[in-house]
Design a binder for this molecule. Sequence first.
Ligand code: A3P
Length: 252
Amino acid sequence: GKQIKLKEVEGTLLQLATVDNWNQIQSFEAKPDDLLICTYPKAGTTWIQEIVDMIEQNGDVEKCQRAIIQQRHPFIEWARPPQPSARNAKDCMVSYYHFQRMNHKLPDPGTWEEYFETFINGKVVWGSWFDHVKGWWEMKDRYQILFLFYEDIKRDPKHEIQKVMKFMGKNLDETVLDKIVQETSFEKMKENPMTNRSTVSKSIMDQSISPFMRKGTVGDWKNHFTVAQNERFDEVYRKKMEGTSINFCMEL
Ligand code: A3P
């Protein structure tokens, strides 16, 4: 197929699939040393993007300030693009709900009760969490894929960042690594205009409704799920994820 370089989509905030560009997106071919980040929405895309760029720039903070994160890592929508990162479905749902409340380009999520059904039925803009996670989990050993968990990065950022570094074929000093851990913490990234989406117009993302860097924790689902919802969710999860060996940590 015809090769389009990521550079061609650089500078655009989003390379969304439309009737006009679908062929271009479909025929995209990665080069052997391209690194593709394949997260489910709200699974920590921005976080892993910043980690990867920090590693790429050898921990040089100034270089990572050259542009907003959406430009340093252009988005491209693709059916099965590798480096998936996964976050437990319940926290993803909560994060996605608040994101849809503040993002006026996305459908209004309705009430939490309504959104709960929308999410478990996979009726969200970028498709079902279950399909995404199951699909990538099954694929991970067949290709050069590094499968990361949000909860692991949260628990032991240094260890996980080291994994990413090795995957990228980089070898950075301990001091640089420590700096990357610090600079990619939730607190830092929340204050960083190149990662916190503060440059996005309020008519698109209204952060007074809910900030883009909202909480950055594991287990916030407990503040949203009722006991009944939790039981229903676990039942749906068992059915949809049947036969999958993947295991998520739900609280730290
Ligand atoms: P919450 O809404 O739960 O706070 P994405 O980048 O895929 O849209 O994901 C956004 C989610 O990742 C948000 O979750 C955001 O707070 C969280 N996040 C972003 N940077 C983070 C960091 N450095 N540490 C922990 N969580 C982070």
